[in-house]
Design a protein around this ligand. Structure first.
Ligand SMILES: [Zn+2]
Length: 413
């Protein structure tokens, strides 16, 4: 793989920014002295010669991006390398805000679903991973300590309305004693700085006949903390229409582009149902949440044909999807490129759109000067690629978005 970093002959070895490998991609590491010794230069790091796609600013053009103090310092057509301690040439590559994955599962070793988020997110261009309810009230202290505080990826979370979250089998909602408004509320308030909403799964296999009770309970908590619900749909016990009646504007329905008739936006007739359109019109967001069982090329294609794109593209990366069919968020984005969305659109749906969904825009998903320097660099590789959905359907694609470099706050500590 090409490493887009050259040595600057003017720098001594201690100032040298090292390229190390995390997973299969290089990440930049700067020693503390390198960043401390700016020696009068304006910037610590300059990404030079790339094409910037930053939907938060409706920007899609060649530009250089300069970083200082862990923040974006400047973005302009031509910034002189002489102004920066270090210059990374990225000609022919695409610079975007660090990706925001709205649906991931951390807590590896505690939850059977969990994966290491630094390996599966940060190393793949995702600087913010939103955990989708892997932990509930009984385990969130541990999730905070073991995942949020120990990851280099920025991790935020939806709290599961079930006390046990996704820690064990059988499903977390098959026993209604696990639905506990008071404990969820207590924990959501205690961790308000990292909990972005409440998660509830509506699948007969995980919630039995209790899905509506669980959504009502989750609704009460979400309303009291003023944050959205994330509703997982997957062949629910109750009719989807009834579940959606409990949803409010800004709530997120994930796994929405699953096979027709499975509870997603496409019904058994292969069409986007009227009640889905009405829900979308009143502000409910339909997210991808690919996962091992929840993305269908045919359903997504049918929805796009009816001008019903996803509101956000997320991976649902977990222990059963990381080795395929998901692999990572850029591969999920590539699937939508293949289905005809523009590159600018897929970047929007994996950066500023999820940031808006969780109300954190301004603090992430932008290369506007002053923003945290969470940045991803990609190659859009041309060739022959096989893409597989959750049904095992394979599509042949001619381009693929491949992450080559990720910066978190301007560096990787
Ligand atoms: Zn999930």
């Amino acid at each position: 793989m090409k490493l887009p970093v050259e040595r600057d002959q003017n720098m001594n070895r201690r100032q040298m920014i090292r390229v190390l490998s995390v997973g299969s991609m290089p990440v930049l590491m700067a020693g503390p002295r390198a960043l401390a010794q700016t020696q009068g230069r304006k910037y610590e790091l300059l990404l030079k010669g790339g094409r910037v796609i930053d939907p938060s600013q409706s920007f899609n053009a060649p530009a250089d991006v300069a970083i200082a103090g862990g923040r974006i310092a400047a973005m302009a057509r031509d910034i002189s390398a002489a102004e920066s301690e270090r210059t990374v040439p990225v000609a022919g590559q695409i610079i975007t805000p660090g990706l925001v994955d709205l649906h991931t599962h951390g807590f590896a070793g505690v939850s059977h679903w969990g994966v290491d988020l630094d390996q599966h997110c940060l190393a793949r261009g995702v600087t913010t991973a939103i955990d989708a309810g892997t932990s509930g009230a009984d385990s969130f202290d541990g999730f905070r300590r073991l995942v949020i505080e120990s990851s280099r990826t920025r991790v935020l979370a939806f709290l599961n309305i079930s006390r046990i979250g996704l820690i064990g089998q059988p499903g977390e909602l098959v026993d209604t004693r696990m639905i506990d408004v008071a404990s969820a509320l207590r924990v959501a308030k205690a961790h308000a700085d990292v909990i972005v909403g409440i998660k509830v799964r509506c699948s007969e296999s995980y919630s039995g006949p209790n899905d509506l009770d669980a959504v009502r309970a989750a609704r009460r908590v979400a309303d009291q903390i003023g944050k959205p619900l994330m509703i997982h749909v997957g062949t629910p016990y109750s009719p989807m229409e009834q579940i959606l009646e409990l949803a409010r504007p800004r709530d997120i329905v994930t796994h929405a582009f699953r096979r027709g008739g499975g509870g997603g936006v496409v019904g058994p007739d292969g069409r986007v149902s009227d009640y889905i359109r009405r829900a979308s019109e009143r502000g409910i967001l339909f997210d991808v949440g690919h996962g091992s069982g929840s993305f269908s090329f045919a359903a997504a294609e049918a929805a796009l044909k009816e001008s019903f794109p996803p509101a956000t593209i997320s991976s649902d990366i977990h222990a059963y999807s990381a080795l395929g069919p998901v692999f990572d968020l850029p591969t999920t984005m590539t699937k939508f490129l293949h289905l005809g969305l523009t590159l600018e659109k897929v970047v929007e749906l994996a950066t500023v759109a999820p940031a808006r969904a969780i109300g954190t825009i301004g603090d992430m998903a932008s290369l506007k000067p002053g923003s945290p320097a969470d940045v991803a660099v990609f190659d859009l590789v041309q060739g022959d690629f096989s893409l597989v959905d959750s049904q095992g359907e394979i599509r042949k694609a001619t381009q693929k978005l491949v992450p080559v470099l990720t910066l978190r706050r301007g560096t990787i500590p």
